[in-house]
Design a protein around this ligand. Sequence first.
Ligand code: GDP
Length: 356
Amino acid sequence: SLTIGIVGLPNVGKSTLFNALTKNDVLAANYPFATIEPNVGVVGVPDPRLARLAEVFGSQKIIPATVSFVDIAGIVRGASEGQGLGNKFLANIRESDAICQVIRVFTDPDVVHVEGKVDPADDIETINTELVLADMQTLEKAIPRLEKESRKDKDRKVLHDAAVAAQEVLNTGKTLFAAGVDPEPLRELTLLTTKPFLYVFNVDADELANTAQLDELRALVAPAEAIFLDAQTESELIELPAEEAAELLASIGQDEPGLDQLAQVGFRTLGLQTYLTAGPKESRAWTIPVGATAPEAAGVIHTDFQRGFIKAEIVGFDQLMEAGSMAAAKTKGWVRIEGKEYVMQDGDVVEFRFNV
Ligand code: GDP
């Protein structure tokens, strides 16, 4: 499954955030015998629609979609030259499908900042520079080889030209993601900066309501998505019973934990969406790539469902709730029959028909 690598300079709150994430680990909660990698946190993607479906269908269980985070320790200035844990660090990022940078905004004289001062723009720049330099090295090695190959084989010219164009972008200091470069033709080179980025700003709890400051930070990373949270508070929230957690959240002016937002935004950043199924046993969100067709969606439940796909009976979540039950939705003519070409939409509640 797809993973998001968590990166950031030392002492920005990565471990604090990651530990909070792993306390939320749905593998640990639901699959007691699953092998849990120490540096991977699998968290549920909160979806309030599931509880409402469970009510309508009398489901015994709710199973949310999940998103996996990998803790990638060790970036410092000079990582692209093998400083610190440089090479291992870069290899770990290469294996991730998206990059989540944690940035320190909180002020705490007791926590040393590696660069001597809290400066979010500078920290973003430091990490970007290491990743850009690593990609430039990859391209410098690849381009002469691709040039030779493309003289004999026209197909290789597509990759060669994309590589040269990417090199020009990187020379300006921009990541390929920020420049909007299409990752597809470059895929073979497993570049780092074509991956989608998202940003977690670790701010003091009492700054979470300072919208002027948050807007300034958001502008630093746009069009990438930004999440604002206080890692320390998040790690406390996770230990509290629901009622006390709600009180603590309210006391810092928030209506949902930052970790929930992170799971939702991370899921979206990976290019994923869900569709829903419901019955007396469970209400469940299934993960598909944006743009998946009905048979592909069926295949996520079971490969036989995809192979034997006949049709999908689909009703939009909001219409289903308005009707009050599947039977009522059918009577109203709101349950559509969709075929092989149908592209799944967010909020589709689905029953597949298939041959076995
Ligand atoms: P990492 O090196 O990026 O993994 O950072 P850690 O999570 O180990 O945090 C470094 C130090 O900063 C620890 O002493 C944390 O308790 C502290 N810290 C982490 N997040 C926050 C925060 O949101 N506010 C404050 N004041 N301290 C924090």
